[in-house]
Write a protein that binds this ligand. Structure first.
Ligand SMILES: [Zn+2]
Length: 323
């Protein structure tokens, strides 16, 4: 049994806890604000202090901890523990030596991984992906992140960018995406896309509970507002999830044709509508996948929630250090 720290660097908060690598249990979870505007050095220092505080709170000694894994939102130089590009984090994170600096401050070996690859690894080992041989994760949030396990290995690909399912193309002439391409999945099925569809329905005066649930304040309409309305049986909100599920189903059908997974895991805040989202995904996959047998692909919700990334990057650090 080994204890590793898992840390999740987000745009708003940094979260960390101690992970038991045998059971996946997370303890002493602490969250602090990222305050990215203070710059890279201040954020790295705050992360190091957080990790040391987590250890202190647990009553363990630094020497009881095997190492630290950090999930970061963007492209990572995994081998050298540096961030290459973090598009959603304020400041300059190009080539930032995060792992070396955290090791310098804490004395613990530190490893970096993309945040959704970390969720993928966590869900595969201890969550909805347990026992899968080949799987893909779609995490629906501000964007749509992803990750893939192929034949019992976390698949990282060229520069660790494998699994960027949010930038698979739904329509090659579609709207411009933040990545520079057109018609990426996340333009149609991310949380902001769901919120925008809800907003449009309210502005157009359709009969829906979405406006009421947001207190008739258009700024307060989020994906959660739309999913709450859908779960209460609101026809407009249910139709939005039907459409979003169709788009996800198209991308997932392409993924199934590419890697022939036995499982697809759907997570992230945008997946809160549950079967209202999963059913149109399943239906689309059955209609659109003709080669691999779609009946053998189970499409399930993520199980680890917010802890998936923390668990996954701690396990990643464990695997990197102790093989
Ligand atoms: Zn894109």
């Amino acid at each position: 049994m080994a204890k590793y720290i898992g840390g999740d660097l987000g745009g708003t908060n940094v979260r960390a806890g101690i992970v038991d690598t045998e059971t996946g249990e997370v303890t002493n979870l602490i969250s602090v604000p990222t305050i990215a505007r203070e710059g890279q050095d201040a954020v790295i220092r705050r992360m190091a202090d957080l990790f040391l505080n987590v250890i202190k709170a647990s009553g363990l000694k630094v020497s009881d901890i095997g190492g630290i894994g950090i999930g970061a939102p963007g492209q990572i130089d995994i081998e050298n523990g540096r961030t290459i590009f973090l598009p959603n984090l304020y400041g300059n994170w190009v080539n930032a030596p995060v792992a070396d600096k955290i090791k310098e401050y804490t004395g613990l070996s530190t490893y970096l991984l993309n945040d959704v690859r970390a969720i993928t690894f966590g869900e595969w080992k201890f969550g909805a992906g347990r026992g899968a041989r080949t799987m893909a994760v779609y995490a629906i949030g501000t964007g749509i992140g992803g990750g893939m396990v192929i034949d019992n290995h976390l698949h990282l690909g060229l520069d660790g960018t494998a699994g960027e399912v949010g930038h698979s193309m739904i329509d090659y002439n579609g709207p411009l995406c933040g990545c520079g391409n057109r018609g990426c999945l996340e333009m149609y099925a991310s949380s902001p896309a769901i919120a925008a569809a809800g907003l449009k329905a309210v502005v157009q005066g359709w009969t829906t509970k979405i406006g009421e649930l947001a207190g008739y304040d258009l700024n307060k309409i989020t994906a959660k507002t739309v999913s709450t309305a859908a779960l209460q049986g609101d026809a407009v909100a249910m139709q939005i999830y039907e459409q979003v599920g169709f788009y996800l189903g198209i991308s997932i059908s392409n993924t199934i044709c590419t890697i022939a997974p036995d499982r697809i895991v759907i997570g992230g805040g945008g997946a809160q509508a549950g079967d209202l989202l999963l059913n149109p995904i399943r239906r689309t996959v059955k209609e659109r996948v003709k080669l691999a047998d779609p009946e053998k692909v189970t499409i399930v919700p993520a199980e680890l929630g917010d802890n998936g990334g923390v668990i996954g990057c701690a396990l990643w650090a464990y695997q990197q250090k102790e093989g």
